[in-house]
Design a protein around this ligand. Structure first.
Ligand code: CO
Length: 433
């Protein structure tokens, strides 16, 4: 695949993935198209008494996390242990999650109450056409439980700003306090009668299911109705929602698909990174450990395999902002368009070590891709990612990397198209040995 086609397909992937449920569904579609078979966690893989045959597989947990692998077996003894190349990324992004009983009528505006999911930059959510997507659970007329992906796909909501005439302080730094309970409630339309509208009614209509069906659960998130686009005089920039971290998810899936057939390669796409990763399907949960135990039931063999392996944890990095250069250490200012970034932190907020950084740099060198390095200013706190959590969970040597980007956690982020391509090149090389 060439660079321009890759970027077009990346934009399509992000557009098709407004929520972690959709990210997993879009990834599964790509994997299935390329011959990967689904394994189910509620089946006993090794019942047949022989190890899982060599092949390409994937497992989904909680509909929102995915592990996929090309598997050749762990090897039979110390001399033949095969390492497992691993790439990790996260499927979720900061957003606004619909509350369990969300509908409210204020004045004559119909609104849906939301909780803030993750560390969202809130101001950019105002005055932007929003759509709604996620997963819905319901009982059909026969009382059978059903679960369906839902995406309204069109703009159905807006969070209007307060006019500057009603808040003269709005452009001052201290004038922008946003109350998450009262200021952030999206408007989904007008109603001139006081008849109560139930959220179930809205969902049933959108899902096109019978009126006697019963909605029993939902995980629904608002998102920017405008898809990612190319920007810049030479179209060298990409702006759009969820670049963190769907750029990495897409690179992981595509490079696994084009990996070398006689290697053990794996991608781990976890939900819940933006809220701390402690969940059934988050990086601090048991998903990866359970999968490795199934793959290699013999403990010593499994430990030997993990200890010869490397995890590349891919999550976007902060490019230096041209208007705020003082926010970066002067010696560590990753630039847009100049290659993936290795993230360092002395206090292990990133899992990178001298040794794993060296391995990643070698990989970039072999791929002829430029590489940059980031460390936070010593007088500022450092973010984190799933790299250290996965490293600690299973004891794998890990390097934290990511494409440089601006406006991280805004509803629209900015990155350079070529960096997305570079990341794919490097991960593809990793999976080709
Ligand atoms: Co991220």
């Amino acid at each position: 695949m060439q660079q321009e086609q890759y970027i077009d397909e990346l934009i399509n992937f992000i557009t098709a993935s407004p929520t972690p449920f959709h990210t997993v569904a879009a990834s599964v579609a790509l994997l299935k198209k390329n011959g990967f078979q689904q394994l189910r966690e509620d089946e006993i893989w090794n019942e047949r008494e022989t190890a899982l045959p060599a092949g390409n597989y994937f497992v989904v947990r909680s509909l929102s996390s995915l592990i996929a692998f090309c598997w050749q077996g762990a090897g039979s003894n110390t001399n033949t242990i095969k390492p497992l190349q691993m790439v990790g990324a996260h499927t979720d992004s900061p957003s606004l999650k619909v509350k369990p009983i969300p509908v409210k009528l204020q004045q004559n505006c119909l609104q849906l109450g939301v909780e803030v999911y993750g560390g969202a930059l809130l101001a950019p959510w105002f005055d932007r056409e929003l759509s709604l997507a996620g997963q819905v659970w319901w009982l059909n007329g026969l009382g059978e439980e059903q679960s369906t992906l839902l995406d309204f796909k069109q703009n159905i909501a807006i969070i209007p700003s307060l006019a500057i005439h009603l808040n003269r302080e709005a452009n001052k730094k201290e004038g922008n306090g946003i109350n998450k309970q009262t200021h952030l409630v999206p408007v989904i339309g007008l109603s001139n009668d006081d008849e109560e509208l139930f959220f179930d009614t809205i969902l049933k209509k959108q899902l096109n299911i019978d009126a006697d069906a019963e909605i029993t659960g939902h995980d629904l998130f608002f998102y920017d109705a405008h898809p990612p686009v190319r920007t810049g005089l030479a179209r060298e920039l990409i702006t759009g929602s969820r670049l963190d971290n769907l750029v990495s998810c897409f690179a992981a899936v595509q490079s696994l698909i084009s990996g070398e057939a006689d290697m053990n390669n794996m991608i781990i796409l976890n939900n819940h990174e933006e809220v701390g990763s402690v969940s059934t399907c988050g990086a601090q949960g048991s998903f990866l450990r359970d999968t490795l135990e199934w793959l290699v039931p013999e403990r010593e063999k499994r430990l030997a395999m993990v200890r010869t392996s490397l995890l590349i944890s891919a999550d976007n990095a902060h490019a230096v902002h041209p208007n705020y250069t003082d926010k970066h250490d002067p010696q560590h200012q990753p630039r847009l368009g100049q290659g993936p970034v290795i993230k360092h932190n002395a206090n292990q907020r990133y899992a990178t070590s001298g040794s794993t950084a060296a391995r990643f740099k070698m990989l970039c060198k072999k791929t002829q891709v430029p590489v940059q390095e980031f460390v936070m200013r010593s007088d500022m706190g450092c973010g984190s990612t799933m790299g250290p959590l996965t490293a600690a969970e299973i004891g794998v040597e890990t390097v934290d990397v990511g494409i440089p980007s601006l406006a991280m956690h805004s509803i629209r982020e900015t990155a350079a198209g070529i960096d997305c391509w570079y990341l794919y090149q490097v991960l593809q090389r990793f999976f080709r040995g």
